[in-house]
Design a binder for this molecule. Structure first.
Ligand SMILES: Cc1ncc(COP(=O)(O)O)c(C=O)c1O
Length: 404
């Protein structure tokens, strides 16, 4: 007997990031690779108290099977929270998911046929490419600039099933789409009849100014919006949500039922208990100030240690610096050397659906502390210097490394 796998299985690929994370488990490696929130930010005490309250007040309900749509009060909370960001939705449009990653999978399941085109930014979130690929999506790269995808690119992508966009502090590039571009994109999508899938796990992690209103606020029923509790509370909860127009909601719900019946009701009740009285309004600013300091430390370290010809834009939020290396360097080929030197990053090629730019890489500034950010970037600078055929720069000599 032999197992014959579905064609779909051929399209399931290992996540480059998870593979790299395995490498970096070796003690002593400074990993700037994974986008793991700083564990120090997890609200352990608030979770412990909320868990005790849930087990005291509604133990049997919390441990029972529950509605696939999600826990009603948490859906209400999400709708209210989004209204505060300019996105008016009904609680009935909110589907609680097992992480926003599940939301991406459900969107793929409901909207993609074999060969359907899906318009994506270049680069884009690797996990979305992974979620959509098994449904046999054909990725349609969207041309963009420093402000995000170009409106004319959306207009030209009208035949796609949807465009997948990350307006706030994109993973991996860190770029935030300004308001005028958002409005132009919403208008272009409407004129092309192109639905939008907006993924926003990083919107609350801003360090200079809050991002503009969601794209979905201007796109209305033409948008699906995904949010997450992973970056503002803890990713281990696996709690996210999809906001969908009425015409899509029942199908997303049925897809969710088939996938896992419902997101753990225990987690939903505990999280609702944590957030209901406004906890995030005190908690998130503490995450922001921590990550802001780490971002600034990484920016300074990059200026100090990266060789001339490297470029990056200091991100206004999120978790990542996106670095462009001098042409000719290949970040994938250099990774083993970097790991041998004691530092890890994610090669940028993983984030492209086509025509990968090999001389790019992503660095996370949230997981390791300021001292190790400095040391990790110093080690990376040495690897890049050697690859360029020069001696490792001593100190400060690469201060004009082209940060924009
Ligand atoms: C852009 C983006 N979308 C979705 C996710 C998935 O997040 P989660 O499933 O933890 O909500 C991530 C995780 O890093 C992400 O960066």
């Amino acid at each position: 007997m032999t197992w014959q796998m579905a064609q779909r299985a051929q399209r399931l690929n290992p996540s480059t990031i998870r593979e790299i994370l395995k490498l970096t488990e070796r003690p002593g490696i400074i990993s700037l690779a994974g986008g793991l929130p700083a564990a120090e930010t997890f609200p352990v005490e608030a979770m412990a108290q909320a868990t005790a309250r849930v087990l005291r007040d509604a133990p049997r309900e919390a441990l029972q099977y529950a509605a696939s749509e999600g826990y009603g009060p948490l859906r209400e909370w999400v709708a209210q929270e989004l209204a505060g960001q300019g996105l008016r939705v009904q609680a009935a449009q909110v589907l609680i998911t097992t992480g926003s990653q599940q939301g991406l999978d459900l969107v793929g399941k409901v909207l993609i046929d074999p060969g359907s085109e899906v318009a994506v930014e270049q680069p884009t979130y690797l996990g979305a490419l992974q979620a959509f690929a098994p449904y046999e999506a054909q990725f349609l790269p969207l041309e963009g600039d420093d402000e995000g995808p170009l409106p004319q690119a959306l207009r030209a992508a009208g035949r796609a099933r949807f465009a997948y966009l990350l307006p706030n502090f994109q993973n991996p590039s860190g770029r935030c789409i300004p308001l005028q571009r958002r409005l132009a994109l919403a208008e272009a999508a409407a004129s092309a009849g192109l639905p939008l899938v907006e993924d926003n796990p990083y919107g609350d992690l801003w360090y200079d100014e809050a991002p503009p209103q969601p794209l979905a606020a201007a796109a209305g029923d033409q948008a699906v919006y995904l949010g997450s509790f992973s970056k503002v509370l803890a990713p281990g909860l696996r709690l996210g949500y999809v906001v969908a127009p009425a015409v899509l909601y029942p199908k997303l719900l049925q897809a969710k039922q088939a996938a896992d019946l419902h997101t753990p009701s225990f987690n939903q009740r505990v999280v609702h208990e944590v957030v209901r009285e406004g906890f995030l309004h005190q908690h998130v600013p503490t995450i922001r100030s921590r990550y802001r300091a780490q971002r600034d430390a990484m920016d300074a370290a990059l200026r100090r240690w990266l060789p001339a010809g490297c470029h990056w834009v200091r991100p206004g939020g999120g978790m990542f610096f996106w670095v462009t290396l001098p042409a000719g360097l290949d970040a994938t080929a250099l990774l083993p050397e970097a790991v041998a030197a004691g530092v890890a990053y994610v090669p940028g090629a993983a984030f492209y659906s086509a025509q990968a730019r090999a001389h790019t890489l992503r660095l996370s500034f949230v997981t390791v502390d300021v001292a190790r950010i400095e040391e990790g970037v110093r080690l990376l600078g040495g690897v890049l210097q050697r690859a360029l055929g020069g001696a490792p720069s001593a100190s400060g000599s690469a201060g004009s490394a082209g940060a924009a």
